[in-house]
Design a protein around this ligand. Structure first.
Ligand code: NDP
Length: 279
């Protein structure tokens, strides 16, 4: 019997409430895993010391929230391929003391499409070009999406992401400057809101011409609070299948926990915990 729990957690700043703690701990308890997941508020200048602390205490791994996702790269021994392309690490795992940086955000999104629609050959349109959009664009392209269209307000960031996809993956990529209500391109298989528009208390809806939406398009949102955003309900009214941001959040945690413990946990347990928190 091992009395000492294995340590995992999240380095975040500022601590605006971290729903992943309750979610991951619920999975540990459900599967009887002798692990703990601790949220630590780490100021930007202290990140290197925090990583050293995690090494010293033998942490099995940890997540990082903004702004640590990029800065942590310098503190690690190795970066996984897709995290290197994305240029951000949201999950670190200890491989016999060597700290390896992974990005589980985008692959969490990919996993949430499992059984919903095919990724291979798909045409994907992403609203946004920030961290979430980058992770989704790269992982979807690596998973076989044929074409990725980035739609973003800032032209520089949007073009840079489209260029990254063209240069680093086999997918085709283009960019649309988001100045007006977006006419969804014909043949779009998957449309994702990867902006922060709609995150509580903002009740905004991304500027999309919903009349241009084909009912065959799968529409997804990365927003976790509220779970069911006005963007998704508008898409459902057009007959589209929708995916909320809890799927991506849960699946990135399933991936992270597998990295730390070797156990593939039941995502439904974490989804239920999120529903308890967010309603
Ligand atoms: P970033 O700040 O990196 O990017 C924000 C993006 O939203 C940018 O593309 C920005 O455009 C765009 N944006 C913001 N406001 C507007 C607006 N009013 N009009 C048009 N575009 C706008 O944030 P992240 O990518 O890290 O996070 C985005 C969202 O994804 C957050 O709500 C976050 O909580 C969520 N998220 C969810 C995850 C999940 O597991 N479900 C995982 C990770 C993130 P511009 O470049 O022009 O400024």
């Amino acid at each position: 019997m091992e009395f000492l729990s294995q340590l995992t957690g999240c380095f975040s700043t500022p601590a605006a409430g971290n729903p992943t703690v309750a979610m991951v701990e619920a999975a540990y308890q459900h599967h009887n895993l002798n692990y703990r997941y601790i949220n630590c508020e780490v100021a930007q200048p202290d990140l290197a010391d925090a990583v050293l602390g995690a090494r010293a205490m033998g942490w099995r791994g940890f997540n990082l929230s903004i702004p640590h996702k990029v800065a942590v790269i310098d503190q690690l021994d190795e970066i996984a391929k897709s995290a290197g392309i994305i240029g951000a690490v949201n999950c670190v795992r200890s491989d016999k003391g060597r700290l390896v940086g992974e990005n589980t955000d985008g692959v969490g999104f990919v996993d949430s499409l499992d059984g919903v629609t095919q990724i291979k050959g798909a045409r994907l349109v992403i609203l946004g070009a920030g961290g979430a959009a980058r992770a989704i664009a790269v992982e979807m392209a690596l998973a076989g999406a044929d074409e990725v269209t980035i739609v973003n307000r800032s032209v520089k960031k949007g073009e840079a992401l489209a260029t990254l996809i063209r240069d680093q993956t086999t997918a085709r990529a283009d960019f649309i400057a988001w100045t007006d209500s977006l006419r969804v391109p014909d043949g779009t298989d998957i449309l994702v809101n990867a902006t922060s528009i709609g995150f509580f208390p903002d009740a905004g809806v991304p500027a999309v011409d919903f009349d241009s939406l084909d009912p065959g398009t799968v529409v997804a949102d990365v927003i976790v609070n509220p779970r069911d955003t006005p963007f998704l309900s508008r898409a459902r009214k057009k007959g589209c299948r929708t995916l909320d941001g809890h799927g991506m959040l849960v699946n990135q945690a399933v991936r992270g926990i597998a990295h730390w413990t070797g156990v593939s946990v039941d995502g439904a347990v974490m989804r239920a915990k999120l529903a308890e928190i967010f309603g």
